[in-house]
Design a protein around this ligand. Sequence first.
Ligand code: PMP
Length: 345
Amino acid sequence: MTLLAEPTIPSRRFAAGSTRFDLGLSENPFPPLPSVIEAVRETLESANRYPEFLPEQLPRLIAEHLGMSPDEVVVGAGATGVALQVMRALGTGELVSATPTFDGYAVLADMAGMTLVPVPLDAAGNQDLPAMRRAVNRRTQLVVVCRPHNPTGTLLDAAAVRSFLSAVGRKIPVLLDEAYVEFLAPTARLDIHELLRKHPNLLILRTFSKAYGLAGLRIGYCLGRSPLIDRIRHQQLPFGVPTAAVAAVRASYAAEPELLDRVARITHERTRLRSALRATGIETPESHANFLYIPGPGTATTLRRAGIKAKPYPDGSVRIAIGTPTATRAVHTALTTPHHSEPPR
Ligand code: PMP
C-alpha cells in the first residue's frame, strides 16, 4: 500500500499564522480530483445564470447511485444545511443526542428553537444508546445517532442500532448521521434499504465533505421515506444548491475508484498513526472515520505548541484529522518528544 501522495494543497486558513498542519476540521487532505475540478470549472462559465429553483438533478443523481427513488432524497448545503432543514421541518421540541458530538447539532438546535438533551458517552467512548432511549419522552422531536461517532470515531454495533430503532418506535424521527460512512469496511455498513423499509421515522444523513473531499462546495443529503422527506423538502432554500454541486457529484461518482483509493490511503494512514502512538503508550479509541481522538490532558496544548491545529476538548483531549505522512510524523513527534509536552518555563 502506498501512502498518501504528497504534497497536498496546504490550508489557506492559517497562511499568516504559526499553524504548520491544519487538522482541526476532519477534512480530506487531498484536493479535488482534476476531473472534478474541470467539471466544476465548466459550470462557472454560466455562473451568471441561477441554478434550479428547487434541486431536482442532484437528488436524482444521488438516488440513482444508491438505488433509491428521488422522492426519498433531500439535498442541501452540506450535511449541516440538511440537518437544519430537518430540524425546521420537525418544529420546536427536544433533540436527544450524545455529548460530545458534532458541534453543529448544538448550533443548529439553537437556530431551530429546539432544546438539546445531551447524553454523555459511556465509559468506552460510545454513544450510550440505553441512556439515549431513556432520555426520549413526549417532548422529543428528534434523536441523533452518529455512526461512526464524531469525535471518538467509534462505531456502534449494527445490532444495537437496530434494537435502538425498534425501541424508539415509529413516531419519533431518528437521524442516523453517516457523515463518515465511506470510511467503514463494507461489512461494517448498515443495510439502509432494509432499515428504511422497516422504520418510516428513520432519516440518514450523509455528506460529500469527507470521503469525497468536497467540504468547500457544501453538498449534503438526507435519505428517508417520502412522507417525511416531503416535509423536509418543504424547507428547501430556493436557488440554494449551485449548479457546481451537481457537476461535482456527477464527476465524483464517475471517479469513484480513484476516490475509494484515497479513502483506503487515509484509513491506512490512520491505522499507522494509531499503532505508532500505541507503541509509545498513547491509547486512542479504534477509529472508523478519517480522524483519531487522542485523550488528554495536555494533548491539545502539546500539538498547538508544535504548530498542529487539532480540535481541542475541555479536558485537553483532541480530535485530529488524518493528513499526509508528513503530518503523521509531525503529530507522532510532537506527542512522543518530551520537550513538546513540558510546561513553559
Ligand atoms: N455530521 C458529522 C458527524 C460531522 O462530523 C460533520 C462535519 N464535521 C457534519 C455532519 C457536517 O458536515 P458537512 O456540513 O460538511 O456536510
